[in-house]
Design a protein. Structure first.
Length: 185
């Protein structure tokens, strides 16, 4: 028996907004961390304080996006996708979500290991997690936090390359599901 997919052919407006907010926040956050990389003390804090706040923001937006996605399934994949394309798309999205939760959580955990909460742009303080004050643990966790950026960057490049392939080679309208005005005609 054939089923009819009643899902929308496009992402919802909220899914699109969350996607682009998270994408921009990730890129800005990466640049903030890069700017602070070789600085110390107050000079590093100029970049690291907003980096931490933006990390918590990414964590919150990602959780909201996952909840929204569970309540509003994404548009169906095109019927002519090859099995490997479907598998790669699903795996890429799953790993993205894992990293968008793990990286900020590890950053918060590392900050907490040093005994610090997260100042949210001077508006309020996110308290430190209830973990022992251990700079050695904090340094170890920061190492993992930094190391996870390599797979994140690889995924970002794969994601962009896949979107461009669908737009300019396959011309299947896939990118139009996420960018208003590019819908397949």
């Amino acid at each position: 028996m054939e089923t009819i997919n009643t899902r929308s052919p496009r992402y919802t407006a909220l899914a699109i907004i969350l996607h682009w907010l998270i994408a921009i926040a990730l890129i800005v956050n990466w640049r903030l961390a890069e700017a602070a990389e070789h600085l110390e003390g107050p000079a590093a804090a100029v970049y690291m304080n907003p980096h931490k706040a933006l990390g918590i923001t990414v964590l919150i937006l990602t959780v909201l996006r996952i909840i929204w996605r569970l309540m509003n399934p994404p548009p169906p994949m095109n019927d002519d996708y090859k099995p490997w394309e479907r598998m790669l798309a699903r795996a890429t999205h799953a790993i993205f979500y894992i990293l968008m939760i793990a990286i900020p959580l590890l950053g918060w955990l590392a900050s907490s290991s040093f005994g610090y909460g997260v100042d949210m742009f001077g508006l309020f303080q996110v308290p430190a997690l209830p973990v022992p004050n251990s700079p050695d643990d904090g340094k170890f966790i920061i190492g993992i936090h930094k190391a996870l950026w390599t797979p994140m960057m690889i995924l970002i490049v794969l994601h962009i390359a896949g979107a461009l392939k669908h737009q300019f080679i396959d011309r299947d309208g896939e990118l139009g599901k996420m960018i208003p005005g590019l819908a397949k005609r």
